[in-house]
Design a protein around this ligand. Structure first.
Ligand SMILES: Cc1cc2nc3c(=O)[nH]c(=O)nc-3n(C[C@H](O)[C@H](O)[C@H](O)COP(=O)(O)OP(=O)(O)OC[C@H]3O[C@@H](n4cnc5c(N)ncnc54)[C@H](O)[C@@H]3O)c2cc1C
Length: 336
């Protein structure tokens, strides 16, 4: 039996491995990090992500209880918009989510190798089907660079995801497991540079956010990633026919949508099925595009409006449920 190589053991890679194993394929996962680790992420799991975790056998994922999130609050300076989510979302740290998914893949029979998979591993002579789930590609641009940051806090908790928008950036505050709160954001390099890359000082410069964080106590050092660059889903002409790109390696959506993990889980699952069934990679990519082009396009438009400071007026006029649904793929059949 030929082995499917999965490069990257994040949500996309683990979902691909679990799906391919369920088709009877042999799977080898290569994951660069030596052990589970914290990642920069808002750790907001869309309601649909939970359905996919169930399909992946997530009912059997034993771990800390994710925090339910029932409300959404968008803040633009002193103006705000709030609504109840149509179904509860959840907050679970990436340390736990990634660990549980990878352990599940291992328990189902994936061979997990810790180490870097270089270009040679993907070259000719290697496996004929490779799921590329190695995450986003860093931005090559030297101008207007964006960086992400996150830390966990202790203190009073709530069942809301709150997004504080500021010029070219935003900060999300939402609950995760164990009564902790995730604080995660994106800021342009110039804004961080103004505060010597001290994230606490950067946040203190926004009074409504500083007020929100006042009762909380940071329980870990700030993690930072970047430079970030958003990228639409790849087209099949960009990709070698042996490759099934999934998750951020397929396309990186603006994180304020809180849909990156959802995309990683469902494209990973589709990639795993497609590779195991020897579906041509161009057909798999076309199906991903048909699901992702619309939400990626709408997210890009909202980001532009944010830059022009007029997104508040659009948000005020648009029902919250629509804003939420328009930035997500409509899943059914093999995808969901
Ligand atoms: C600031 C920020 C906030 C976010 N907030 C949210 C949120 O609240 N909700 C949400 O749904 N999404 C959010 N996202 C997006 C989300 O983090 C990603 O969409 C998600 O992690 C994609 O999963 P993945 O498996 O594709 O990639 P990753 O999680 O990046 O996993 C890729 C894995 O591949 C490994 N790897 C990389 N290169 C190699 C190699 N050469 N060899 C072997 N292994 C390799 C890495 O170690 C990593 O474990 C956020 C992103 C950012 C930057």
């Amino acid at each position: 039996m030929e082995t499917i190589l999965v490069v990257g053991g994040g949500p996309a890679g683990a979902a691909a491995a679990i799906a391919a194993l369920s088709e009877g394929a042999a799977v080898r996962i290569v994951e660069r990090s030596r052990q589970p680790k914290h990642k920069v992420c808002g750790e907001f799991l869309s309601p649909e992500a939970f359905h996919i975790l169930d399909l992946l056998g997530g009912g059997g994922l034993a771990g800390p209880k994710p925090a339910p999130i029932r409300k959404c609050l968008l803040r633009f300076g002193d103006r705000e918009k709030r609504w109840n989510l149509p179904e509860p979302a959840f907050g679970l740290s990436r340390f736990e989510l990634d660990r549980l998914l990878l352990e599940k893949a291992g328990a189902l029979g994936a061979n997990i190798c810790r180490g870097e998979c270089g270009a040679r591993g993907l070259g000719n002579g290697g496996p004929s089907r490779i799921v590329l789930a190695a995450g986003r590609t860093p931005s090559a641009s030297r101008q207007n660079r964006l960086f992400g940051f996150k830390a966990h806090f202790e203190g009073p908790t709530d069942d809301a995801v709150e997004l504080f928008f500021m010029r070219q950036g935003y900060v999300g505050v939402s609950p995760i497991e164990n009564g902790w709160t995730n604080v995660c954001g994106i800021a342009p390099e110039s804004a961080l540079h103004r505060h010597g890359f001290d994230v606490d000082e950067h946040l203190a410069a926004f009074p409504p956010l500083a007020e929100r964080l006042r009762p909380l106590r940071r329980r870990m050092g700030w993690l930072m990633v970047g430079p970030l660059s958003y990228s639409p889903p790849v087209t099949h002409s960009d990709v070698n026919e042996r490759l099934y790109p999934a998750g951020d390696a397929l396309g990186f959506v603006d994180p304020f949508t809180g849909s990156g993990i959802l995309n990683a889980l469902f494209t990973g699952r589709m990639a795993g099925f497609s590779a195991a069934r020897a579906v041509p990679s161009r057909d798999y990519i076309r199906e991903c595009q048909s699901l992702l082009n619309r939400p990626f396009g709408i997210s890009a438009l909202l980001r532009k409006l944010l830059e022009w400071d007029c997104v508040y007026y659009l948000a005020a006029l648009t029902p919250g449920r629509w804003l939420f649904q328009l930035t997500r793929a409509r899943l059914s059949g093999s995808a969901g």
